[in-house]
Design a protein. Structure first.
Length: 314
């Protein structure tokens, strides 16, 4: 995989993002306070179903296409969801869908400059300051810019989100959602502060999280970059198993589905390095099957993994 560079071969995007209809989960994050512990607005754990079934299905199809490496199709579907979100006056969702192609391009290719330019172009089409705070897109952008190597920009987005949630000592004290800890973990990971990243991502991944920032997957990434390969393997496997425990196959409409191919290749790498060639081959094979119909520019990745798979079997 051509992971974005930020100090290690596994530094990469946290960022695939879904529309407002599958928002950040608002479970407890871990910062102690004796004041008001309400959840931040717009971050309900179980949002109502979209009023338009076609809207919902297009969103699910976009996520699945991205997970399968079909980025061109995913971008077209994301655009259709963006247009419908504007019609419904849900500008938060529209903006999130507008930046999706850049986010997906970053984690699929590692080309940070192209991805950042794409996201910046999408942002220019919206007056982000006019969206009702706190803006979950600030968390998504914080994670994205961290993994793209723009940590000062990432910290600015995260700081703005916190300021919106907790405007001052005399104001309210809304509970910070898992997405906050996911974004904070992304920044710490980009700065190679692994212990802090692990703590933040453990808070984000607590419970049956389906956070679009995929904190449970990123927890595996943090453990791996910290050199704790056994812990990394367990975290990656928990992530993959969540997709396969509900139905027979991967649930690619889940908000964190973008990370499935990377969990599979990471597990293949870890097991190959530990000498368990049978398990390594199993994960590589699942990746090849998942990206079988990936876009032509991504097929080189499929060929490379397939060659490794052949080597393990001979």
């Amino acid at each position: 995989m051509k992971w974005p560079e930020s100090g290690s071969r596994f530094a990469f995007l946290v960022g695939a993002v879904l529309a407002a209809l599958i928002p950040l989960l608002a479970c407890a994050g871990g910062e102690d306070s004796s004041r008001d512990r309400r959840a931040a607005p717009g971050l309900d754990p179980e949002p109502p179903a979209p009023p338009d079934p076609q809207f919902r299905y297009a969103l699910q199809d976009a996520v699945a296409a991205a997970a399968e490496g079909r980025l061109e199709a995913a971008a077209e579907l994301a655009r259709s969801v963006e247009v419908r979100a504007v019609e419904l006056n849900d500008l938060d969702a529209a903006l999130e869908m507008a930046i999706l192609p850049g986010l997906w391009w970053l984690w699929a290719t590692g080309e940070a400059d192209v991805a950042v330019a794409t996201v910046e172009a999408a942002l220019s089409g919206y007056a982000i300051g006019e969206l009702t705070p706190p803006r979950r897109v600030d968390l998504i952008l914080a994670a994205f810019f961290a993994d793209a190597g723009h940590t000062p920009r990432a910290k600015a987005f995260l700081s703005r989100y916190v300021q919106d949630v907790r405007p001052g000592a005399g104001g309210g004290n809304l509970e910070l959602p898992p997405g906050y800890y996911g974004a904070r973990g992304a920044i710490a990971l980009a700065e190679r502060r692994f212990a802090e990243a692990i703590r933040a991502l453990e808070s984000a991944a607590a419970g049956e999280s389906r956070d679009l920032l995929a904190p449970d997957f990123r927890l595996g990434l943090a453990w791996e970059r910290a050199g704790a390969r056994d812990s990394a393997t367990r975290a990656y496997e928990r992530f993959v198993e969540r997709f396969e425990s509900e139905l027979a196959g991967p649930q690619l409409a889940r908000p964190d589905a973008w990370a499935v191919p990377y969990a599979l290749t990471s597990l293949g790498d870890l097991y190959e390095e530990s000498g368990d060639e049978q398990k390594a081959a199993g994960y590589f094979e699942r990746f090849v099957q998942l990206w079988e119909a990936a876009d032509p520019p991504l097929q080189v990745e499929v060929v490379e993994v397939h060659e490794r798979l052949r080597g393990l079997r001979h």
